[in-house]
Write a new protein. Structure first.
Length: 750
């Protein structure tokens, strides 16, 4: 009798894949990170760990806000009738059901609104209208929720914004983006990882807060997508930044949220497309916190894939619950490598980022848990909070001035619009030129400055000067100058019979960039300084020796070494201040303070300075300053802050009888060291807008550093230095001003 054998056929299904933190792709990606060729894309999924809403949750919140009287569909029938008796109307089953669903408090609120805004007096009629509103709102909410399920975010945002109005819409967004808890560990891992830059489509400020809390260099530059037109060299500068591609909730005008906003960004801002294309084709990409439903980003990825036949840099995405089929689709359509983890197991994101940070850590790198020097306690960056803002611009040929009191003041902004005649404008420019010219010959030009005061009094309404005189002496004022008005010396405005800069701590905002776009560079724990004295007099006969610049540099070095670290101060002078040595120090020195006291000048294209053996263009310095911008950059020489009106006007045009009208300065851009410094991320720049004499300039700068080392802010130190010099009969200090953060301090005030 034979044995019957049963044959069994079996196949093993594929084993579950490795978790993202264990994949070989992590180590491949790490190679690009170490080389500075990887960009991190952060989506809404990552901030959800801090209690912030996802896109779906944010849109659901907005939908409920505009349909606040909406309840479940079907509770209110299509046809409604109520008894004419008030008592019976309240007992009607529909009324009872609606009250229960909506809540008695909300229903009563609706009734009050109807009584206040209509002529109805019958209570049953008022209740009936309330039921109709609830019914219509419920139908609308259900329809909007269906659109939300289809992820029609831009269209929904447009609808909500139109319904709420811009101001209330922006308020709701800001309220929704207040963190409910501390920063998740994933953000610290991001700070520890040397990404080339970070791109986020989120409106919140968690990334900036992470660098402020865990980084070594302060708050990074964080321009928005619409600000890229002012930052064309951001990629070649080779410096870290956070690109807030869809804007910032703290600056509502930059938010790209609705369908119209997207069209504006893609079609009306060609700089965004050019910049983005360049990033996508020159860096590896890592997407975290995305579901990849963002239509604009998918469009850009698909466009690049098609254009270059799939030959694009590596692209990785941490995604949950993605199966093998979808992985293949994403690879075939966008060359995107999915690093998948189980649905809902978001702890793998933190593990992946933590391991990536460990394997890419630079040798010797130390990441402190807190910054060495605290940055301003004003949200992310908002040094305007305690300052009076003096906003100036030109519109329709009229000069506009707005005075905005500090954020804690209840005083409303006041705006004045002035029509300036051509004769008054020419006289004004001529007087400015007289002040600058006087300082090339004398140490004091108070008569000429007083003449400027008379022009200001003639051009501006008396109310402005009364409001300026009412400000507390010594309080900070920031000048926000647009449309060419940066060329007006607002520092000389009269306030209580004295120039504004002799009564207040004044500073200027960047002309084209917001504070957030620039970041806030904090000081190292041990401040390092590069002080350059007379550098250009090795090129006779063009340049003469600057003995007072030598004295200025020597005295500043002495004070810095006594107060700070003797080994942290580098002093270059004359033969040691060669072009190559200066460039090497800028490239390798990691300086918090850079001070230059030599020869500098400008053309109609850019500013430049002299080293001992060669000229150095401002554009040559920009890449090095961008990689590691100093907190304080001082250019103690001629016309480094800005070139005032009346200076360097086109000689041939003047010979032909042409004069520059007020409206024509709108198109004039700043080519000065100050604005270049702002673009590089320098926290504060100090320079002049004239040709102050050597000795007075040296004494002003020495007094300025004495104030800084005593714990005063940059703007406060300049105020004290000006007062000291003017009391001794010298006015050159009135041509020195600060641009950027006037509240920057070198040491803590005792």
């Amino acid at each position: 009798m034979g044995l019957k054998v049963h044959r069994v056929i079996s196949r093993r299904l594929p084993e579950p894949g490795l978790m993202p933190e264990d994949t070989p792709e992590l180590h491949a990606l790490a190679q690009y990170v170490r080389a500075g060729r990887c960009i991190l894309f952060v989506g809404a999924g990552l901030p959800s760990g801090a209690g912030l809403p996802t896109w779906v949750e944010l849109m659901e919140r907005l939908v409920k806000k505009i349909t606040c009287y909406g309840i479940n569909e079907g509770v209110v029938p299509n046809y409604i009738s109520l008894p004419v008796s008030e008592e019976d109307a309240w007992k009607d089953p529909v009324v009872v059901a609606v009250q229960k669903e909506l809540g008695k408090k909300t229903f009563d609120q609706l009734l009050k609104q109807i009584r206040r805004t209509t002529a109805l007096t019958s209570e049953p009629e008022i209740i009936l209208l309330a039921l109709e509103i609830v019914g219509r709102t419920s139908i609308e909410r259900a329809e909007l929720m269906r659109l939300l399920q289809q992820k029609r975010f831009p269209e929904l945002a447009e609808f909500c914004r139109n319904r709420l109005g811009n101001e209330r819409f922006n308020q709701e967004i800001r309220k929704a983006l207040v963190p409910k808890s501390g920063l998740p560990a994933a953000f610290r891992h991001i700070v520890r990882t040397p990404f080339a830059c970070i791109v986020t489509t989120n409106f919140d400020t968690l990334i900036e807060r992470a660098y402020e809390q865990f980084g070594q260099t302060g708050i990074p530059r964080a321009p928005t997508g619409v600000e890229l037109t002012q930052l064309g060299t951001l990629l070649i500068d080779d410096s870290f930044f956070v690109l807030k591609a869809h804007g910032d909730a703290l600056r509502p005008e930059t938010m790209i949220f609705s369908a119209n906003d997207y069209r504006r960004l893609i079609h009306a801002t060609p700089a965004f497309q050019a910049f983005f294309n360049s990033m996508l084709m020159t860096h590896a990409l890592l997407f975290v916190g995305y579901s990849l439903n963002d239509a604009n980003f998918r469009l850009l990825l698909d466009q690049q894939f098609t254009m270059f036949n799939g030959q694009v840099p590596p692209r990785y995405a941490l995604l949950s619950g993605v199966g093998a089929a979808e992985e293949d689709i994403l690879w075939q359509t966008a060359r995107l490598q999915v690093l998948s983890y189980p649905d809902g197991k978001h702890e793998h994101v933190e593990r992946f980022l933590g391991r990536l940070a460990r394997v890419t850590k630079q040798p010797g790198a130390i990441i402190p848990s807190k910054p060495a020097t605290p940055s301003p306690k004003t949200g992310i960056i908002n040094t305007d909070e305690a300052s009076t803002l003096f906003n100036t611009s030109i519109r329709d040929g009229r000069l506009l001035v707005e005075l905005v009191r500090p954020a804690n003041s209840k005083t409303q902004p006041t705006t004045w619009a002035m029509q300036v005649s051509q004769k008054d404008f020419e006289d004004f420019k001529s007087s400015i030129k007289d002040v600058v010219k006087a300082h090339t010959q004398y140490h004091s030009a108070m008569p000429e400055i007083n003449a400027i005061k008379e022009h200001f009094l003639k051009l501006f309404p008396a109310e402005l000067f009364r409001k300026l005189a009412a400000l507390k002496p010594g309080s900070p004022i920031r000048f926000v100058c647009r449309h060419g008005t940066h060329r007006i010396p607002w520092e000389w405005l009269p306030a209580a019979k004295t120039p504004l800069c002799l009564r207040h701590s004044v500073s200027r905002c960047p002309i084209t960039l917001s504070d957030t776009a620039r970041g806030y560079r904090i000081l190292n724990k041990r401040v390092r300084a590069l002080i350059i004295g007379d550098a250009g007099s090795g090129q006779p006969p063009q340049l003469w020796p600057l003995d007072e610049a030598e004295r200025e540099a020597t005295e500043i070095v002495k004070r810095l070494r006594n107060k700070l670290s003797p080994k942290g101060v580098t002093h270059l002078s004359r033969k040691t201040a060669t072009r190559n040595r200066i460039l090497r120090e800028l490239r390798e020195g990691d300086y918090d303070i850079i001070h230059f006291a030599g020869h500098a000048w400008f053309t109609n294209r850019e500013s430049y300075l002299w080293a001992w053996d060669n000229v150095m263009l401002g554009s040559e310095l920009t890449p090095m300053l961008s990689r590691r911008p100093p907190s304080l950059l001082v250019m103690s020489t001629h016309f480094t802050s800005f070139v005032p009106l009346g200076i360097n006007e086109d000689l041939m045009a003047k010979l032909a009888g042409k004069t520059t009208a007020l409206h024509e300065i709108e198109a004039q851009h700043s080519l000065d060291f100050a604005e270049n410094a702002m673009r590089c991320g320098v926290a504060t720049f100090v320079g002049s807008f004239g040709e102050p004499p050597e000795k007075d300039t040296a004494d002003t700068m020495i007094a300025f550093y004495e104030g800084l080392l005593a714990g005063d802010s940059v703007a406060g130190s300049l105020l004290k230095a000006r007062k000291r010099r003017v009391q001794k009969g010298f006015t050159s200090s009135l041509l020195v001003t600060a641009t950027g953060y006037g509240d920057l301090r070198l040491v803590n005030k005792k």
